[in-house]
Design a protein around this ligand. Structure first.
Ligand code: DCP
Ligand code: MG
Ligand code: MN
Length: 333
């Protein structure tokens, strides 16, 4: 019949093996390449086989089907599923997560390393598959365990108070401000009033010097080029072990918006930004803006920066957005 000519009697087996082949194909490790090759051959044989496969001997007799593939075919025939598919999926996700734990490694890099055949941190360290690490990533790998251990709250307390400048505004942000018992990293916001001619700009170098002298900061991983607006610093600090630290330095007049941004959490921020954009505003760590014109082709490109309508206090921004005040510990997904 027509159904038979388009749909082979072993179609379910073919579909399942094709799915597994696709997973290996995406991984592109050397072993994966061989597997793709061998599944391709097995699938071809299955396609030209007119009988329903019902025994391991029968599966084994197909051209290009070895012992292992024959066992997989029988698993599909008997259970309708292939556990190996779930395994490949979770193994893949677990390795990518492991690599993402290295400082400065995002999803894209993690997948690229996976594709190059790396499966463990040792593989990455040994440069398997030609993988190369940046200087910051190397430090991230060296202190992998410390950086990925959450910091008890009281350990963060020990770093404060700091005494760099009597007028400096310095706050511990992120999960710390939200009252969490442990913090993934230490997020510090710094700003300073400008009425005496000094600005937030001089504060980061002062803070870095003090923290280095106190041996709290141990490695500087990156400092953004300090444009006139904000500076972002990443480093490792060591009250007891090396922990990751982020410092955001912003102009005094932006402190309210920066407080909201840096308190998070990220999901709460996303919903606030969405609310703002639905009202025709735009919210970021510098302020709430009206009249922003975005490119219709690329919404991330601003054709006009708009006018700032609030930025000095968190309360102002909440009020304009019509969002009832929420304490930091309430700002969670
Ligand atoms: N943030 C954001 N969007 C991002 C990253 C960060 O809005 N993509 C904001 C909200 C976060 C804050 O910055 O709360 C600090 O970022 P962290 O990554 O340090 O996150 P948390 O401090 O909230 O959690 P953790 O304890 O894991 O560090
Ligand atoms: Mg944090
Ligand atoms: Mn952080």
């Amino acid at each position: 019949s027509l159904a038979q000519s388009t749909n082979c009697v072993n179609q379910d087996i073919i579909d399942t093996l094709t799915e597994l082949m696709g997973l290996h194909d995406a991984k592109m490790g050397q072993e994966d390449k061989w597997r793709v090759f061998s599944y391709k051959k097995a699938i071809q044989s299955l396609r030209s086989c007119s009988e329903r496969i019902s025994s391991i001997q029968q599966a084994r007799s197909l051209r290009g089907v070895g012992e292992k593939t024959a066992m997989k075919i029988m698993e599909i025939v008997e259970t309708g599923k292939l556990r190996r598919i779930d395994y490949e999926r979770t193994a893949d996700i677990a390795v990518v997560k492991l690599f993402e734990g290295i400082y400065n490694v995002g999803q894209r890099t993690a997948y690229a390393w996976y594709a190059a055949g790396c499966r463990t941190l040792e593989d990455v360290e040994n440069g398997k598959g030609g993988v190369k690490l940046s200087e910051a990533q190397e430090i991230g790998l060296r202190y992998y365990k410390d950086i990925n251990t959450r910091i008890p709250r009281d350990e963060v307390d020990e770093i404060f108070p700091l005494s760099i400048d009597s007028k400096v505004f310095i706050r511990c942000m992120g999960s710390y401000r939200r009252g969490k018992a442990t913090c993934g990293d230490i997020d510090i916001l710094i700003t300073r009033p400008t009425d005496d001619g000094k600005t937030h700009h001089g504060m980061l170098p002062l803070l870095m010097a003090e923290l280095h002298t106190a041996r709290i900061l141990t490695e500087d991983l990156s400092v953004s080029s300090s444009d006139s607006l904000e500076t972002v610093y990443h480093g490792l600090c060591m009250p007891f072990d090396r922990r990751s630290s982020d410092i955001l330095t912003v102009p005094w007049e932006c402190r309210g918006a920066a407080l909201i941004y840096y308190t998070g959490d990220d999901i709460f921020n996303r919903s606030l930004r969405l609310k703002a954009s639905k009202m025709g505003f735009s919210l970021n760590q510098r302020g709430l803006f009206a009249g922003v014109v975005r490119s219709p082709e690329d919404r991330t490109v601003k054709l006009s920066p708009g006018n700032i309508i609030a930025s000095e206090t968190e309360e102002d921004i909440f009020r304009i957005l019509g969002v009832p005040w929420q304490e930091p510990h309430e700002r969670v997904r």
